[in-house]
Design a protein around this ligand. Structure first.
Ligand code: NI
Ligand code: MN
Length: 226
């Protein structure tokens, strides 16, 4: 898999020849001004919950790419009503095999309303499995004991976890999350975008390093092989 970071909690995965985009929030993010959404490829778009900082560019990118959006029943229905043609509705606990790999919807301890206040269903995380690799993206969440279930479904090679605190777990709780998930490589997301979630990156890296876990903080636009 190859991961490209687009800022905040938005990232792309290239799996074989398939492009998966997660939680598209780019044009409202001043820090991601260098990213042109017209250049983003997507066959599928995964949406963890309904908050604007996860769905802002979803309709535009789905329309320009023809991507299928995967998310909760309620998130998908709302996006469909806003012009997304192809949706695949899921809910917490569900697993679905697609031609490129599988998606498991995990519990996230957060909230989920759409930008206009419409109910957004349960917030979720995802385990994305392809080619013998498992990636866990927790979505926006607090640290929760439910994360102990994650490794029972398979060895997690790589996790994407929020580390910015205030709206989600901070980096110290994210270290505990990585321990529960039994994963030693983490990409930190959901930090530095807004004043309440500005963190000390060096302190965050040290907290992970002290636990024997590598914290990767790719630059916006950077691609890494995972
Ligand atoms: Ni949120
Ligand atoms: Mn968020």
């Amino acid at each position: 898999m190859r991961l490209t970071f687009y800022g905040h909690s938005c990232f792309g995965l290239e799996i074989g020849g398939t492009h998966i985009l997660v939680d598209p929030f780019i044009t409202p993010n001043e820090k991601a001004a260098g990213i042109d959404i017209a250049s983003i490829k997507a066959d599928y778009i995964l949406v963890s919950h309904g908050h604007a900082d996860h769905v802002a560019d979803c309709v535009a990118i789905a329309q320009q790419t023809g991507a299928t959006v995967i998310g909760s029943f309620e998130v998908c229905n709302w996006l469909h009503s806003k012009g997304v043609a192809k949706i695949h509705q899921m809910n917490t606990g569900g697993v679905k095999a697609f031609e490129w790999g599988s998606v498991r919807c995990t519990n996230a301890l957060h909230s989920s309303s759409m930008p206009d206040g419409t109910y957004g269903g349960n917030p979720m995380g995802f385990i994305i499995s392809a080619g013998g690799q498992n990636l866990y993206y927790s979505g926006d969440t607090a640290l929760t004991l439910d994360m102990q279930l994650i490794p029972r479904w398979g060895k997690v090679n790589f996790s994407v976890l929020p580390i910015g605190d205030n709206f989600t777990m901070g980096y110290e709780d994210a270290v505990e999350a990585a321990r529960m998930v039994q994963c030693t490589t983490v990409v930190g997301v959901h930090y530095d975008t807004f004043p309440p979630i500005i963190i000390d990156r060096e302190q965050a890296k040290k907290a992970f390093a002290d636990a024997g876990i590598q914290l990767l903080l790719p630059a916006i636009g950077e691609t890494i092989d995972i």
